[in-house]
Design a protein around this ligand. Structure first.
Ligand SMILES: [Zn+2]
Length: 253
């Protein structure tokens, strides 16, 4: 039996019993933790605020026989305004789900934890459009998981691909392929999309990129990351809004 305190964020919860919830927490030093929050659905429970999605705080955990119970909580941030915008909320839930699919219990994942908090903060408190933010998150997510896409040279022959030349993204090999080594199912990636990814990988996932809403390759990065996950996602990857409504992406050149 032991009592510990962990900074963590709630990735998921499942109701059980009449008033309880099982929380799936992401701790930067301990990875995934399943912890029971007894009575948290009672209106005046002191664990009420601890048991919502996106809640970041210090969780007091009591451990017995490998099972955790939440015994106390202090809130750091709950990203509440995210609930006011359905598309941004959906992007945030997808990020939580990606983290849950990627990390393991007991795993130190500080880099991914900071990436998640940083991107959630931008998504919640800035007016940066969500499509480039999420695309940047996915590029950095791939980097933290060890499959940063290679974006200058063909991953098969090593030949440099000129910035304006046509190229495809090989999802299995993890980067660009030249025309000679492209498999039929490898999607094309436009020069502007490659430039976007190179820029965010060099300068941060919330980097300002000119024309970012047009050049952020959201669907492509969702496929790229999705192909590497061990577990299926519970949340559908969000789609960029159709062209013409202000945060759209048109055909790649
Ligand atoms: Zn090649």
């Amino acid at each position: 039996m032991k009592q510990t305190e962990k900074t963590a964020i709630v990735l998921r919860y499942a109701n059980y019993g009449e008033r309880d919830r099982m929380l799936t927490l992401f701790s930067p030093t301990r990875g995934l933790i399943e912890a029971a929050a007894h009575g948290c659905r009672r209106p005046r429970s002191r664990l009420l605020r601890a048991s919502e999605l996106f809640t970041l705080g210090d969780f007091e955990l009591f451990e017995k026989g490998g099972r955790y119970t939440v015994t106390g909580f202090s809130l750091i941030e709950n990203f509440y305004p995210l609930r006011n915008d359905w598309e941004r909320l959906n992007a945030g839930m997808y990020m939580l789900n990606l983290c849950e699919a990627a990390i393991q219990p007991g795993e130190n994942s500080q880099e991914l934890f900071m990436l998640l908090l940083h991107t959630l903060s931008r998504l919640t408190f800035s007016d940066q459009p969500w499509v480039p933010l999420l695309s940047g998150f996915l590029a950095h997510f791939a980097n933290t998981q060890g499959y940063r896409p290679r974006l200058r040279h063909c991953v098969v022959c090593g030949e440099r691909i000129a910035d304006g030349a046509p190229a495809a993204l090989d999802l299995r090999e993890g980067g660009l392929v030249c025309g000679r080594h492209r498999q039929a199912d490898a999607p094309l990636i436009a020069p502007s999309e490659r430039a976007f990814l190179r820029h965010v990988l060099e300068t941060g996932c919330s980097a300002w990129v000119e024309d970012a809403e047009r050049t952020a390759p959201l669907a492509l990065m969702e496929r790229y990351v999705g192909a590497r996950l061990d577990k299926p996602l519970r949340v559908q990857p969000p789609e960029a809004p159709p062209a013409g409504n202000g945060s759209a992406r048109v055909q790649p050149e």
